[in-house]
Design a protein around this ligand. Structure first.
Ligand code: ATP
Ligand code: MG
Length: 324
């Protein structure tokens, strides 16, 4: 299988900020790479370098076989891009925006029009097709921008946080669309703050921080790498959270995570069943009323937290709803 995207030692600096610090990776054709990382990690910079919007200060990269610097013009004909912030013409209607993209890709007037209608339908925008985009909601703008990235059926797609701001239904619909495109041979590089999205779509995940890859692999490989079990405990009352934390501290082998709104605490442990027994004993002694307690394997959230020290900033609840 050939590589649709290659990056070797990419460097990008903004003054004294090193946004990309010798980043290397490859994305085989027909697969999905998800870039995960906290704010400022270098995800958007990576996308901008690979889509020729930014020139790297070092290293080299190719997309669809074209060099991002020396072959930038030809490269652009083979990619679709939806940036972190929607780039649409406010004064044009949804349909006109998509037709314009078609014309830029030399699809011809007729084909551009039919392609626009097809995508408006697919992105649930048919009813708004003839309204100027300036009257669109945030989620509608996002969708028209995503549709724009697909107009020319490009073999390589770059989507920077594609589902941020989408409601669960729109998110699920986009996931389906992307899965179909990849099944048909497209290559996708996406950035996301939603672990669920990476778990669902990506063949490979790369976690970046400070412009460097700090982990990479399939979702399962990353979960195995973090290893161990988690105790997940829910108490009945917020006033009991602190006592519960003290009991859990006895068995914790890593950072404890508390979600006060759901009265839930999660902690990594080594000997799962034994640790759970011990904790339940201590909680009973302390008079803490436990609503729910159990052992589970690490999730991608745990991987991310362990690797970066940051909790994923996306509300995964919304992503979860989208898959129900
Ligand atoms: N135009 C710019 N001028 C100066 N610094 C910049 C510029 N663009 C990005 N940076 C810096 O480069 C680093 C990487 O930024 P980048 O936008 O690639 O991060 P990101 O991973 O996309 O973050 P986010 O999750 O917030 O979108 C950050 O430290 C950022 O402040
Ligand atoms: Mg970004």
């Amino acid at each position: 299988m050939s590589d649709a995207i290659t990056a070797e030692g990419l460097v990008k600096k903004y003054g004294d900020v090193t946004a990309l610090d010798e980043l290397s990776f490859r994305v085989p054709q027909g697969t999905v790479l998800a870039l995960l990382g906290p704010n400022g990690a270098g995800k958007t910079t990576t996308v901008r370098v690979l889509t020729t919007l930014l020139r790297p200060d070092g290293g080299r990269a190719t997309v669809a076989g074209y060099d991002v610097v020396s072959d930038a013009r030809r490269l652009r004909a083979h990619i679709g891009l939806s940036g972190q912030y929607a780039a649409v013409d406010e004064h044009l209607t949804g349909a006109e925006n998509l037709e314009m993209v078609g014309r830029l890709y030399h699809l011809g007037a007729k084909r551009s029009r039919s392609r626009a209608r097809e995508l408006l339908e697919r992105f649930d925008l048919a009813d708004a097709a003839d309204r100027p985009v300036k009257g669109y909601s945030g989620g509608m703008r996002r969708r028209i921008d995503l549709a724009g990235a697909l107009v020319a059926d490009p073999p390589v797609l770059f989507l920077d946080e594609p589902t941020t701001g989408l409601d669960p239904r729109a998110r699920a619909a986009l996931w389906d669309t992307l899965s179909e495109l990849v099944a048909a041979g497209s290559t996708l590089l996406l950035t996301t703050q939603y672990m669920e999205e990476a778990d669902h779509l990506a063949n490979q995940i790369m976690v970046v921080d400070h412009g460097r890859a700090i982990a990479r692999g399939t979702a399962d490989e990353l979960k195995d790498q973090v290893g161990g079990n988690r105790i997940e405990l829910t108490v009945t009352d917020a006033t009991e959270l602190e006592t519960a934390r003290q009991s859990l501290a006895w068995v914790a082998v890593g950072a404890m995570r508390t979600a006060p709104e759901s009265l839930q605490i999660t902690v990594p442990v080594t000997d799962g069943p034994e640790a759970l027994r011990e904790v339940l004993g201590r909680l009973a002694e302390a008079g803490v009323r436990v609503r729910d307690a159990g052992l589970r394997r690490p999730t991608l959230d745990d991987v991310y937290l362990t690797l970066t020290g940051h909790q994923a900033s996306g509300t995964d609840e919304r992503a979860r709803e989208a898959t129900r």
